[in-house]
Write a protein that binds this ligand. Sequence first.
Ligand SMILES: Cc1cc2nc3c(=O)[nH]c(=O)nc-3n(C[C@H](O)[C@H](O)[C@H](O)COP(=O)(O)O)c2cc1C
Length: 210
Amino acid sequence: MKSFLISEMKAGSIYHLMISAVVPRPIAWVSTISPEGKGNLAPFSYFNAVSSDPATLVFSCAIKPDGNPKDTLINILKTKQFVVNVANVDLLAQVNQTSAEYPYGVNELEKVGLTPVASTLVKPSRVKEAPVQIECELYDTLKVGEGQPGSSTLVVGKILAIHVDPKILDPKDPKGMSIDEIALNPLTRLGGQKYGTLGKVIESQRPGKP
Ligand SMILES: Cc1cc2nc3c(=O)[nH]c(=O)nc-3n(C[C@H](O)[C@H](O)[C@H](O)COP(=O)(O)O)c2cc1C
């Protein structure tokens, strides 16, 4: 094995190693709104589910190279609400484009030609084109690091509602309450500038579970 000692590495190299080691990553395409009502949309791949009761998810919002927080975090800290949209592979170009650094107040959602749709329980819009849209209110934040480049803030969201395009619901689930991942065709993030697609799905029964 080649071992990389973190204590001997710079934050930039650690970042590149980490994003190619922890793969594939799901992408939270987070829509927020400023107190003045300006929308914002950006992708975050340091993202995952946390718990089912309460239903929560988490993503990590890094500090900008200039030491300032990203617009997403500014809005969430002010309004305590956000929507996590799940993008499919068809939305790659738009996901990628919404990561551009637009000035605060510019709505990336409209900038890249997506359609905002009103949420049911929170103020930020959902992305109509995204096959899954998860409305959240802020549960908690955890600052990781002291605001230096590479440091981040974990944003834990309490899930209030999950909207699913009926076309991707799994017909094999008698309750109709799970998603067919192949139909969802999620976009994932790999290392460097690379994205991934789902690939082959393998089923394996878990020990002790029917
Ligand atoms: C696929 C993808 C995944 C990303 N994941 C993250 C992430 O996990 N954390 C982060 O801070 N930035 C991430 N970024 C960069 C942000 O999207 C980018 O900084 C964006 O400009 C933030 O927008 P905002 O200032 O409007 O919040 C990612 C970018 C891309 C393209």
